[in-house]
Design a protein around this ligand. Structure first.
Ligand code: HEM
Length: 468
């Protein structure tokens, strides 16, 4: 009761009256009587997010004039945050933890149970070093990017001149083959389709036929079984894996108690490398859409590597992909005059932060040159999380993602001629919000492909040759 009075009094009375009444300065009064308010309550968050998962928080925050509000997500009280300052807040490890934050259904599909995403403190930093050495070291990034560039060109040679290509399906396959070769995993031609479906269902459950949630869960189980078997074989000496490969390093990783990960936990971490590399195929679709909708950049990025680098940054900022990062408050605290309860789930909206009008001028316009004016800070451009990748949960695969995206863009603008006839509108209620129909590149011609022998590839996702 006393607490409620203390918080409501300053809002009900003008400051001057309060001053007179108490005969003391307003600042002193503020110290005595907290002016913090509870987080604004928003009903219907689950429905709002189901309808418009990427823009619900942005629109609600703008409507209420707040960067933070509270509602229920699948019956659980959840604080939603957006904006640069909120991003800096959620990476504060004294106030937030990751354990117990991500919804279990997300862990059972997207990340896997017990993966790095759910660790905190010393154990997280130790495991993060493994990932940084594995996917952020320049040598590793270049090796994987070179494999993917070669694989893409090899695959393109199998496209008959003038054919239609399912760009998303082709890119998933190219990235799957590349990441398996890089990570030291065997991949026979006759298992490519199955593995591609399994990994794709983890980041794009809507891509797989059937009720998405349990399909993705079933696919994850099968993918984990595959990876756990390979880890067990490496440990038993029954399989060779190159010394610096993901399969070798994850199989031999020991936690701070000196114990190897269980085969299942090692499989989860191996999939934490395989899955997101294949997921770069979603960005490959967005790159093709960005070039189509902003054709002036086609020629310009072909000859200008500086522009190419900001072009792919703008693709990551502009298009919605990974929606939110989840954490849990360790204690009650105040922020921006709002009271955060202890033990509540908090989600930072990444798309809303990348489209915050206070930080990004005309955020809904695709304008790569914005990055020439100002380098993004650690918490402004957050498609792959914020903060410092070594210390925080920020994605370790950003430089790899950027390099793969640049190579894909170069390939599209320098080495390919094609048209896009299929509808390009994003499905905003889908995660990720790809166009309704597969993005097909029509009447495809690849520079130099006619001169090269087509490799004997089993899978080329090409359609019939179009008359031209
Ligand atoms: C397809 C493009 C990618 C997107 C949109 C993306 C997005 C993200 C996001 C939003 C996070 C969570 C950050 C946080 O919790 O604070 C994350 C974490 C992570 N990402 Fe990525 N990522 C991508 C590519 C990659 C790549 C290529 C790799 C590795 C090969 C990778 C490996 C990881 C790992 C291991 C984590 C967990 C990091 C941690 O918990 O400390 N990601 N990513």
């Amino acid at each position: 009761m006393a607490f409620a009075l203390m918080t409501t009094l300053p809002r009900l009375m003008p400051a001057g009256l309060l001053q007179q009444l108490a005969g003391v300065g307003v600042d002193t009064l503020r110290g005595l009587v907290s002016r913090t308010q509870p987080l604004p309550e928003v009903p219907g968050c689950t429905l709002g997010l189901l309808r418009d998962p990427y823009r619900f928080v942005l629109r609600t925050g703008a409507r209420l004039g707040t960067d933070a509000f509270i509602g229920r997500l699948l019956f659980r009280r959840t604080v939603f945050l957006m904006g640069e300052e909120a991003a800096a807040l959620i990476y504060n490890a004294e106030l937030f933890q990751r354990q117990g934050a991500a919804p279990l259904r997300l862990q059972r599909t997207l990340f896997g149970v017990g993966g790095i995403q759910t660790l905190d403190g010393r154990e997280h930093r130790r495991r993060k070093t493994l990932f940084m050495d594995l996917v952020a070291a320049p040598g590793q990034v270049h090796r994987l990017a070179d494999l993917a560039a070669a694989e893409l060109r090899a695959q393109a040679r199998a496209w008959p001149r003038g054919s239609d290509v399912d760009w998303y399906a082709e890119m998933r396959l190219v990235l799957l083959r590349s990441v398996c070769a890089w990570a030291g995993l065997p991949l026979d031609a006759d298992e490519e389709d199955e593995r591609c479906e399994q990994l794709s269902s983890l980041f794009d459950p809507a891509h797989v036929f059937g009720p998405p949630q349990w399909q993705a869960w079933w696919m994850r189980r099968r993918a984990e079984r595959w990876c756990a078997r390979l880890v067990t074989e490496v440990r038993a000496g029954a399989r060779d894996a190159p010394p610096d490969s993901a399969l070798q390093l994850i199989s031999n990783y020991v936690d701070s108690s000196g114990a190897l990960l269980s085969p299942r936990a090692a499989a989860v971490e191996l999939l934490n490398v395989l899955r997101p590399v294949v997921a770069v195929s979603v960005y490959a679709v967005f790159i093709a859409l960005a070039l189509e909708d902003n054709p002036a950049y086609r020629e310009r990025v072909a000859d200008d590597d500086r522009l190419l680098s900001v072009f792919v940054q703008e693709v990551r900022r502009f298009y919605p992909f990974f929606p939110m990062v989840a954490a849990r408050t360790r204690q009650a605290f105040e922020w921006q005059g709002l009271r955060f309860p202890a033990g509540v789930r908090v989600m930072l909206d990444l798309y809303a932060t990348n489209h915050d009008v206070r930080r990004w001028e005309s955020p809904d316009i695709f304008h790569p040159e914005r990055f020439f004016r100002r380098e993004p800070g650690a918490y402004t451009l957050v498609p792959q999380g914020g903060g410092d990748a070594w210390m925080h949960h920020r994605c370790p695969g950003e430089s790899l993602t950027l390099m793969l995206m640049q190579d894909v863009t170069r390939f599209l603008v320098r080495e390919m001629d094609y048209r896009i006839d299929s509808p390009r509108a994003l499905q905003w209620s889908r995660l990720p919000p790809l166009p309704r129909h597969a993005l097909r590149l029509a009447d495809v011609r690849v520079a130099g492909a006619a001169a090269l022998p087509a490799p004997a590839r089993k899978h080329a996702r090409v359609g019939k040759t179009r008359p031209h």
